[in-house]
Design a protein around this ligand. Sequence first.
Ligand code: ZN
Length: 158
Amino acid sequence: MHCPFCRNPDSRVVDSRTSDDGTSIRRRRQCTECGRRFTTTETASLSVVKRSGVLEPFRREKVIEGVRKAVRGRPVTDADLAGVAQAVEETIRATGASQIDANEIGLAVLPPLRELDEVAYLRFASVYNAFDSLDDFEAAIRALREDQAHAVDAEEER
Ligand SMILES: [Zn+2]
């Protein structure tokens, strides 16, 4: 990377820091020519394979866009959505893959969204899993209820 001030191609790293979410490294660099300092961010490449076969870089904003419709009218903030997108990125990066299918992102959205808002989760799951009957909704709601019951049991046992 060229120095942004003088275009010199050489710089030395004076400090490296991993971001809080662990997905990128920020390096403080000093130009060997003009001595000025600048910061670079290094992120492992992660591409999404769209249904058409086209590759595009993974972006959290796309995850948020995908979930936004499901949370409409629900008590969910932009910070909550950012949290879902972060969880999705962490889940995907934890697999070590550099390419993932778009539908794997949908799968990774389900657990954090469920944690956040059950109605939004049902809406998202209905589109993502292509629910086509009331039975599908009933099955999903039953699964939510059963998990809630287990959570209560677990608390009572403590
Ligand atoms: Zn320079």
